[in-house]
Design a protein around this ligand. Structure first.
Ligand code: F6P
Length: 359
């Protein structure tokens, strides 16, 4: 049965394009006479169902071009799934009940979750519990399975590329190596695409533990040829063959990947004598307005989510495959990290372009 009123929420770390998806959903729903109500602050909003926002084509006009999420989001909230006694992923029953009640109180026939892997895992559990749920894949990490691209990724790549270009001019002035640490969690999509787009010489990614000796040789040889500058893009999840991933504590006590850029800086400076500096790009990769690609993709994803709801097809995730917006079973996408595989085209092309990958 189709839903005549849709609820939506944005969960997990934000990224550019969330508002474009919201706009797409609102406009496509309005054309089918469906209403859209937004829960605020991610899944946490389901526990406070009185604080919803009715979203209309009028009050969402212009948001597709803006960053962040007009609904707010929560990264680590109470709706995180856990492993039950038998090892299965579960969502505590009181939370499932709360979600069901929140949807009923708001007369919402279905819930659309805009989220990354963790948030979509919660969506899958709600769906398995019988709620009518749809997912839309969001993350700058581009690590969700069963979709070729997530919204937010293109914008983050553009930010990395711009940073590489900016670092180049200062690196050239000072004959330095600049190390740019970028996000991406356990995958190297962002580092790899950003390095190629920005014209960096080096990309170190989690999927290829790097050989420190080879990196040192590369810099020394280029030194001999008189190369003035290097820019290295290092994924936060990268690690040396002989080392482990580096983590740091946030101000709230959470553990986050971070620090490998400074490690590469010390390694190169100590063993080559080349003056080296590192900087993390941080949340500049997530903030600010989406690229045109993410604005279009986001709105298209929104349209597809509404089509699924209108057709009564729940438990699905909107996806982008081979140049088209389509959909897959949530269960086929969730819980499987999409990494840069050894035979991936971007890896082969990066090597063909002469990018050093730490091998
Ligand atoms: O998953 C998205 C992401 O931006 C990762 O690339 C990064 O490791 C993490 O979130 C940062 O999270 P937070 O905003 O909580 O510091």
């Amino acid at each position: 049965m189709p839903a005549s009123r849709l609820a939506i929420l944005t969960a997990g770390g934000d990224c550019a394009g969330l508002n474009a998806v919201i706009r797409g959903i609102v406009c496509a729903a309005a054309r089918r006479s469906m209403e859209v109500v937004g829960f605020t602050e991610g899944y946490e909003g389901l526990l406070d169902p009185g604080r919803t926002k009715l979203l209309t084509p009028e009050n969402t006009r212009g948001i597709a071009a803006t960053g962040g999420t007009i609904l707010g989001s929560t990264n680590k909230g109470r709706f995180q799934t856990r492993r039950g006694a038998n090892g299965q992923i579960v969502l505590p029953e009181p939370l499932v009940r709360a979600a069901r009640t929140a949807l009923e109180q708001n007369r919402a026939g279905a819930l659309v979750v805009l989220g990354g892997d963790g948030s979509l895992r919660t969506a899958l559990q709600l769906s398995r519990a019988g709620l009518r749920v749809l997912g839309v894949p969001k993350t700058i990490d581009n690590d969700i399975d069963s979709t070729d691209v997530t919204f937010g990724f293109d914008t983050a790549v553009a930010r990395v590329a711009a940073a590489v270009e900016d670092l180049r001019t200062t690196a050239e002035s000072h004959r330095r190596m600049m190390v740019l640490e970028v996000m991406g969690r356990h995958t190297g999509w962002l580092a790899l695409h950003g390095a190629v787009a920005g014209g960096a010489e080096i990309a170190l990614i989690p999927e290829i533990p790097f050989d420190g000796d080879a990196l040192v040789r590369l810099v020394k040889e280029a030194d001999r040829r008189g190369q003035r500058s290097f820019v290295a893009v290092v994924a936060e999840g990268a690690r040396a063959k002989t080392g482990r991933q580096i983590r740091r504590q946030t101000s709230t006590g959470d553990s986050r990947l971070g620090g490998i850029g400074a490690h590469v800086e010390s390694l190169v400076a100590a063993r080559t004598g080349r003056e080296t500096r590192s900087c993390p790009l941080g949340h500049l990769q997530r903030g600010g307005p989406p690229t045109a690609f993410d604005r279009v993709l986001g709105q298209q994803f929104g349209v597809r989510a509404v089509e699924l709801a209108a057709d009564g097809m729940f438990g699905r995730m909107v996806s982008y495959r081979f140049g088209s917006v389509t959909d897959v079973a949530l269960a086929d996408a969730v819980g499987r990290r999409r990494s840069v595989s050894p035979d991936s085209q971007i890896l082969r092309h990066a090597r063909a372009l002469g990018l050093f990958l730490g091998e």
